[in-house]
Design a binder for this molecule. Structure first.
Ligand SMILES: Nc1nc2c(c(=O)[nH]1)N[C@H]1C(S)=C(S)[C@@H](COP(=O)(O)O)O[C@H]1N2
Ligand SMILES: [Mo]
Length: 331
């Protein structure tokens, strides 16, 4: 069973498809992939799969009730050493196993209904909270941040997320002093996410942080992308962004935040713990067991660039790990 799963998204970079090939393939495959999910949205999508001008966002014609909230003001404290990735690439080259194991899932993801969307905040808290997404968005301090994103597969991008600091949600939750971890859980509904019919995966997708990590200023819940509501394929309506950690920590489609004193076992950790651990901090000097992490392919850029310790965010997060040298911090 594990052998099958290993063929998934964990391709060594040398085997990853360059996006030019990918985009060509996408146009070739256009129209061939119609299943029940695509059929349901075929009317919305037809004519919208342009090869250059249309973005994936534009293909989704359901009005998003949060659209009026964006754009929000950019927080200039977080700066980049690279160009922002094109919206077209960032919204059509995705990892979202609920909708399939290829990078080309953006159309399938349009089947996810975003309203009603209820978020549960529970576990070791003073009182559990159940809140609708629009009420949550109204309470949270929204801002825009440009962040680097580094996938463990050794591709990367730089994108403008809108959203709120995870700390604002932790403060609202009022966790008990005994809570040590925050577990975050993706929706589960195999009637819209056909990938969840694959029973060898431990659905729903789960990720976790320590409370200290969750309260770090960089930990962000993205609700928008490129000055608009975040597209479904990128994790709408709520998705974690912890830019010093590998991309698989950035759990999408969140429905539950649970405070706990037990370290959560995350989705990929459960599948292959020797390759995907709890901490998963970016470090170019610690290779994945099957490939190097020294460099990365920036989407849309021809040359590989060196990967940075903590993905370049050491000044914000290195202190979190002093005293934890015995832990497998980088895988
Ligand atoms: N629920 C869920 N969240 C997920 C994933 C997934 O398969 N399911 N993939 C992760 C991985 S491996 C990466 S690199 C990022 C990709 O985010 P993007 O598609 O917005 O670039 O999402 C992460 N979050
Ligand atoms: Mo990833």
């Amino acid at each position: 069973m594990l052998i099958k799963i290993k063929k998934g998204w964990e391709l060594p970079e040398s085997a990853a498809t360059p996006e030019s090939t990918f985009l060509k393939r996408r146009s070739l495959l256009k129209g061939l992939a119609a299943g029940p999910i695509l059929a349901a949205t075929a009317g919305l999508l037809s004519g919208c799969d342009g090869e250059n001008s249309q973005t994936a966002q534009a293909a989704d014609s359901e009005p998003d009730p949060s659209a009026g909230l964006y754009p929000v003001q950019r927080n200039l404290r977080y700066r980049l050493d690279r160009e922002i990735t094109s919206e077209e690439l960032a919204t059509t080259y995705n990892n979202y196993y609920e909708f399939g194991s290829s990078k080309n899932i953006w159309q399938k993801a349009q089947a996810l209904p975003l309203r009603p969307w209820t978020v549960q905040i529970d576990g070791m808290v003073e009182a559990p909270i159940e809140i609708g997404i629009d009420d949550l968005l109204a309470k949270m301090p929204l801002e825009e941040r440009v962040y680097r994103h580094r996938c463990v597969e050794a591709w990367s991008m730089a994108v403008p997320y809108s959203g709120f600091p995870l700390k604002a949600l932790v403060d609202m939750a009022r966790p008990l002093g005994s809570a040590k971890y925050l577990k975050m859980v993706t929706f589960k509904d195999e009637s819209v996410a056909s990938g969840q019919k694959a029973s060898w995966y431990p659905w729903p997708y789960v990720e976790g942080l320590t409370i200290e990590e969750a309260n770090n200023e960089l930990s962000f819940i993205a609700t928008g992308l490129y000055g608009k509501p975040i597209p479904k394929q990128n994790g709408a309506p709520l998705r974690l962004a912890v830019p010093w950690k590998y991309g698989f920590k950035h759990v999408k489609g969140l429905v539950r935040f649970e405070f706990t004193d037990k370290r959560p076992v995350s989705f990929w950790e459960e599948i292959q713990g020797s390759e995907y651990g709890f901490w998963a901090n970016v470090n170019p000097e610690v290779p994945h067991p099957r490939w190097s992490q020294a460099t990365e392919r920036l989407l849309g850029v021809d040359e590989r660039v060196p990967t940075l310790l903590y993905n370049g965010y050491g000044e914000f997060v290195a202190d979190l790990y002093s005293g934890l040298q015995g832990e497998r911090l980088f895988i």
